[in-house]
Design a protein. Sequence first.
Length: 222
Amino acid sequence: MNHRLPDLPYEVVALEPVIDTRTLQIHHSRHHAAYVAALNEALSEYPQLAERSAGWLLSNARSIPDAARPSILANAGAHVNHSLFWRTMTPAGHGAPFGRLADAIASDFGSFDAFKSEFQAAGMKLVGSGWIWLTRSQKNGALRIVSTRDHGNPVTDQQFPLLMNDVWEHAYYLKHQNRRIDYLRDWWGVVDWDEAARRFAHSDHLDAAQSNDGDSLLLDAA
């Protein structure tokens, strides 16, 4: 498998003014592209892994030789995370969840506003680079807000990702500089709740036995 940079699902100017054009262009065509290239390079010496998806690699870390594991997992995680991230934003968002997902958020967090506050707080507490996620547990179906350092993905902890925000500085610094909280607050304006609802519905059909099937867990994200 020659991993490839996916196209953005919208024009590079589409998320203005929340995500400025220059940031999105650099983030996608340079940062994400570099992770894809590094992943292909890291896999070039391991033909037994070269045909595997990035999702499979994340879910089967023990199958990766020790010497190559850090590089392969870091770049597979970056590829998957960014591929998911582009999908969870839209220029035509609802502004709020709806249906069963909205009910689950209200049940597990108290209210949508409480969820947003907790999600933003997690983003501010993360020191350095990483990601903030809304996940659904494969063990009990509960919704959780989790953070991962660098390019970690919660799928490795039996958590199905529904929604995620990138808090690496390259995701926001050109527009928001050091004001991460402004970026976190503004970001709600481009969240694709249709995609989050689709992922929530898909998670109904997953169980712990599928934890080794990265493609099912990540919906062929990469």
